[in-house]
Design a protein around this ligand. Sequence first.
Ligand SMILES: *Cc1c(COP(=O)(O)O)cnc(C)c1O
Length: 504
Amino acid sequence: MMEEFFLTNQKESQEVFFRIVESVCKAAAKVIEEASAETESSQDGNTVTAYSGLPPLELRRLLNSGSILPDDGKGFDAVIKHMEAAVLPNLVRTASPGYMAHLHSPVLLESLAAELVISVFNQSMDSWDQSPAATEIEVLVVKELCRLFGYGEEADGVFTSGGSQSNTTAILLARDYICRTKLQHDVKKLGLPAGYRKFKMYASEVSHFSMEKSAHLLGLGYNAVEKVPVDSRRKMDADKLEELVERDIAAGCIPFCIAVTAGTTDYGSIDPVDRIAALCKKHGIWLHADAAYGSGLIMSQKYKSRLGGINSCDSITVDFHKMFLQPISCGAVLVKDGANFSSLELHADYLNREEDEEDGYINLVGKSMQTTRRFDALKIWTSFQVRGRNGWDNIISTCVDNASYVYGKLSGGTDFETISPPEISSVVFRVLPSTEKEETFTDEMNKSIRRTLLHKKGIVIGQTVDSGRVFLKFTLLNPTVTHDYLDKLLELILSLRNDYMPQS
Ligand SMILES: *Cc1c(COP(=O)(O)O)cnc(C)c1O
């Protein structure tokens, strides 16, 4: 039984707090320690495998044994022991150099500490009286972000649960803005205008699926999203976009938003923002940048120019639980003219009274789709100060350099096929058979190599489909990954290929 409930001024409560937090820390460190790979070369770097747990069915069986709601509590020690035995070893270890499947990052130590503060104090960002300093810090962090992305004084932003929510928020503001300015229609009060089926938004064919999801959530449906073809580098084809927009306008449609992707989920490709900005300007269309992945580039002196004139976009999705190495969840949406957030403003007597706001109490709920909301801004406040501009520059530039290094190794030979040079830190490739084989053989071989890496080698890499064929993917978000590690990984992949090839 657990006697204590909360962290209070009572000595007993504090002792329990220290003890249980310490025991969780120790359990985590122990499981990670045990997961370090037995490598032939006795190197003393980070050799933790990304996964050495059970395959899906066995794992389900293990976790399904015993009731999770017993009549009488078992107490903390018993539960943490069970967690240490059954749960922790079967989690992926995101800080492993071999964890590179998704845009799913390891987490910085200082942000872990901030995360503990976030939970211990449990502030809620909806109103000032639930989050006094937290509200002020989110405002400060948002200001700094607006400056970083080259926005002016009118800009504003809000923290979100991540890229998807940022995209939905931005597209909602875009929809309402166009209704207000082009149709003199207030969506907030009246719902969608009669001609809403004519609304069109545009995103590339390799954009994130939150575009369609947002269109659905906003009452417009998937069909409102025109998927624009991409060029050979998987960047939106600006000529095709222009044709589509002009075709739609001529047909009486209302293009309300163009969403460029600054860092596509699979390839990290960046749509040509500058050309598209000119098109938006010409037709009065809201320009949104989905920089969930690519936003990290802003920290790199060497690579930030790849984002182009991102500050000409009306809104920007920034995700911190990807390149910025923050614990989930942590994202933001920035808006060039913050007045557009009025779409989300609504006053309630029990929460965010207008009279309070007149007296200087800031209630951030007026900019968010959420009500109760986490103090995620603290993690950025902390890790920006801990690492500074130079520390961040180094983190991001290293990851981008690693991708271009591995691309160099993959391209040019006959063992691998690549798609295009990486603009950020993802490299998509496939392994080619050592003798001529059918495409379906190559597909199956690549799938098998990925599964073998996952279950036999503790390495988690990505898999996707490009032009109907199976491809593999490295997503390099971990700045401690070395060229040597990448060399060895490619050697390992080639040896798995050779094992897979039929022996003659
Ligand atoms: C990851 C990603 C998203 C979604 O972000 P979440 O934080 O997972 O909601 C949106 N767009 C792009 C381009 C992404 O890579």
